[in-house]
Design a protein around this ligand. Structure first.
Ligand SMILES: C[S@@+](CC[C@H](N)C(=O)[O-])C[C@H]1O[C@@H](n2cnc3c(N)ncnc32)[C@H](O)[C@@H]1O
Length: 360
């Protein structure tokens, strides 16, 4: 084929491309899928390499054909598949398939991770006295008493309270009861605010001049440089999705390439990575500096006089402690082995590091 002919074909292809801005793409996708697709949903698809970013001079444009391909690969298929498996009379409304994670998490599930919770909308469906096409029966009314003998992290209790019902919860686990009570307790917000600020200030002071903080700042700078060079976003993820890059091989290669930078910084800043003891979960799964901060914060919470402030701050510390385990982002649920150095993170498509401080 002559060069002229080839470039004509490329030009023709570009001319037939229908490019949309992020806002136009979200409007088009909402119409096409009959579900609300927000501009941030579209940005997410780009960020995670599901669709490609076109355009130049800072403007992002999306090829409509790529959007069609993406939504056709999923749209409507789930409902039909489940009806095929479970029967045509499946009440699809109870799948709450149209809700985003932020909706189902609502106000009740972000406080503390807890396995086995159900979504608040499901509880509302069974408690609330509204009727709609899907729901014919009324189970509870305002002022009724709801008993949940296995109340877990308290979804039922919270929703009942919201709907003006009384609620009693029982749970064999003291920790689950603590989470549950934290969600329905009454607080002195001035006292809570005062204690939070006091503890944060004390923690900041505790780690001032700490070599570990300086080390972590320097490490973050080095990682940013390295990631910009070898894992440019979002191009890298797009290439992985197209299998132009063999992720496992490339990830390990870059992990090994970065390791000497990490090791040198550890030496330069004289960092103790692991703890001296290896007996308890807290000994094994927390880097040395993180553990000292946890113990310090815990000792401050123990001194709090107001019982409800103390309880909710214990939950906040527990949540923080859980987020700071020495593990990879991809392994939060399984915890295979403690991670004490930088690693290739398949979740974020770049090099990441464990946490060296709980402050943020
Ligand atoms: C699936 S969870 C409940 C989740 C809850 N509905 C929610 O949304 O947060 C089940 C709960 O039952 C509790 N449990 C198990 N056996 C129990 C028992 N014999 N008595 C009281 N609670 C029990 C567990 O500790 C767990 O928190």
């Amino acid at each position: 084929m002559s060069q002229n002919k080839a470039s004509n074909i490329i030009l023709k292809k570009e001319a037939t491309l229908e490019l949309l801005t992020i806002k136009q793409a979200s409007e088009w996708a909402s119409e096409y899928s009959k579900k609300k697709v927000t501009p941030s949903n579209i940005s997410y698809l780009i960020q995670y390499g599901r669709i490609r970013k076109n355009g130049s001079n800072g403007s992002t444009l999306i090829d409509k054909q790529e959007l069609i391909k993406y939504y056709d690969s999923y749209l409507g298929k789930r409902e039909l598949e489940w009806k095929g498996l479970l029967g045509e009379d499946l009440n699809w409304a109870l799948s709450f398939d149209h809700l985003k994670e932020a909706d189902t998490t609502k106000h009740v599930h972000r406080l503390h991770p807890y396995k086995g919770k159900f979504i608040p909308q499901l509880v509302e469906y069974f408690l609330d006295d509204h009727t709609d096409d899907y729901k014919k029966e009324i189970y509870f009314n305002k002022g009724d008493i709801v008993l949940d003998p296995f109340c877990g992290s308290g979804t039922t209790i919270v929703q009942a309270n919201e709907l003006g019902m009384h609620a009693i919860g029982i749970d064999v686990s003291a920790f689950n009861s603590l989470i549950c009570n934290a969600k329905i307790g009454k607080y002195d917000f001035v006292d809570l605010d005062y204690e939070i600020k006091k503890i944060t200030k004390a923690l900041k002071q505790f780690i001032t001049d700490s070599n570990t903080v300086k080390f972590e700042n320097k490490l973050t700078q080095e990682l940013t440089k390295f990631n910009n060079k070898y894992f440019p976003s979002p191009e890298y993820k797009y290439k992985v999705a197209l299998r132009e890059i063999e992720e496992n091989k490339y990830g390990i290669e870059k992990e090994n390439e970065f390791l000497p930078i990490f090791t040198n910084l550890v030496k330069e800043y004289d960092i103790q990575l692991t703890q001296d003891k290896y007996n308890s979960f807290l000994d094994r799964w927390y880097l040395h500096h993180v553990r000292t901060e946890i113990d310090f914060t815990c000792s401050l919470i123990k001194q709090i006089k107001n019982p409800s402030t103390k309880k909710v701050l214990s939950i906040i510390l527990s949540r923080t402690v859980r987020s700071c385990r020495a593990t990879t982002h991809a392994d939060l649920a399984t915890l295979k082995h403690p991670v004490t150095s930088t690693y290739y993170c398949s979740k974020h498509g770049k090099m990441c590091k464990p946490l060296f401080s709980i402050l943020s």
